[in-house]
Design a binder for this molecule. Structure first.
Ligand SMILES: Cc1cc2nc3c(=O)[nH]c(=O)nc-3n(C[C@H](O)[C@H](O)[C@H](O)COP(=O)(O)O)c2cc1C
Length: 336
């Protein structure tokens, strides 16, 4: 999730909640192929986060192909194509959920992404991709060399999946997934809202189930998404609507424990987890040129959202700039 699921966040979620799979923030293939080397920050991860899927978006099939090769070289376990983002700056360019209105382009994008995975298996690397800058290709090779031995080989052909919505301005999930199935993505994940709805109303799980019915007869898996409270709720929904999995988004903010099975006790006080998250955030990014603590404050606000004096504590947390500052606030409110 954009602005949320960065390396420190995924590390913490995996360590304390152990979700079955995690996804990076979505990253623009146009950005990667126009030399924006800062975007490689989105593709940082460590071995504890596996299986990890890189999510990408854009409109240029050739850029999807080259970025797919680069992602294989970085050692990702899967590549997901975003066809669900409703944000104006994404959808107005024809990317994200706007691809629902251009199924031919959507299909070409899936095919070209898969071709990029095959290119990797057949010996190509980022350095051989004509749109990937030398700076990016060198950094990718550096990270590749640091991977464990099993990720150095080219034997694994990683899956390519799609995350999308149930429609553009009206629900039409069964019809839309028919198009996608022609190019056989490994998974189709459906958020139960249209682009027009953005995040309003409730996710329409009956519409997800109608699409799941179509997908069921193929080799593609179907995941549902929208308004899931926790792991148990996810299991209930997957049984009720006959789907293969559920993606949990917003309810994990500030709470990795949503991924724990019912009855499993959290390992640590959540504010200690928040402090560890803050320290990792600082260690990961503080040496970066354009370092800012602001994105971390948003997470801190989420960690305290269910305590009685949340408003007051949040006001204090929104003045912090370091892990030590955060620790002082937590201690002042007896949270540690
Ligand atoms: C802040 C924010 C950022 C998001 N970024 C992404 C993204 O990068 N890729 C994506 O597929 N969905 C993104 N989404 C959508 C979520 O993945 C998910 O589909 C949506 O929030 C509904 O699921 P939920 O109710 O479990 O949160 C984002 C949502 C939010 C609120």
């Amino acid at each position: 999730m954009d602005g949320v699921t960065d390396h420190p966040y995924r590390y913490i979620q995996k360590k304390y909640g152990n979700p079955d799979v995690v996804y990076t923030e979505f990253t623009s293939v146009e950005g990667v192929c126009h030399g924006a080397d800062r975007l490689l920050q989105d593709f940082l991860f460590d071995e504890t986060q596996r299986p990890i899927v890189a999510q990408i978006y854009g409109t240029t099939p050739q850029f999807f192909r080259e970025t797919a090769t680069l992602l294989c070289q970085l050692g990702f376990d899967g590549i997901d194509i975003n066809m669900g983002c409703p944000a104006k700056n994404v959808a107005h360019s024809g990317a994200g959920a706007a691809l629902i209105t251009t199924p031919d382009l959507a299909k070409t994008i899936v095919t070209q992404t898969k071709a990029g995975v095959t290119d990797w298996a057949e010996g190509k690397s980022a350095i051989n991709c004509s749109h990937i800058s030398e700076t990016i290709a060198k950094e990718v090779q550096k990270r590749h060399t640091a991977l464990p031995a099993e990720y150095q080989s080219r034997n694994q052909v990683i899956p390519v999946s799609v995350k999308t919505r149930i429609g553009y301005d009206k629900p039409m999930a069964a019809e839309w997934v028919q198009h996608l199935l022609e190019v056989e993505p490994a998974v189709i994940a459906l958020h139960g809202r249209t682009l027009k709805q953005q995040y309003s109303g409730l996710a329409d799980w009956d519409e997800i189930a109608r699409a799941a019915e179509v997908i069921k007869h193929t080799n593609t898996l179907v995941f549902g998404n929208g308004d899931t409270k926790n792991r148990n709720h996810a299991v209930e929904l997957s049984q009720k609507y006959n789907i293969d999995g559920v993606l949990i988004g917003r309810s994990s903010f500030g709470n990795p424990y949503v991924f724990l099975p019912e009855g499993e006790r959290p390992k640590k006080n959540i504010f200690q987890v928040a402090l560890e998250h803050t320290q990792l955030y600082q260690d990961t990014y503080a040496h970066h040129e354009r370092y800012s603590f602001l994105p971390m404050r948003k997470h801190l606000g989420w960690y305290v959202r269910s305590i009685p004096n949340a408003k007051e504590v949040r006001r204090q947390l929104f003045q912090t700039n370091t892990t030590d500052d955060v620790k002082h606030v937590f201690l002042a409110y007896n949270l540690l």
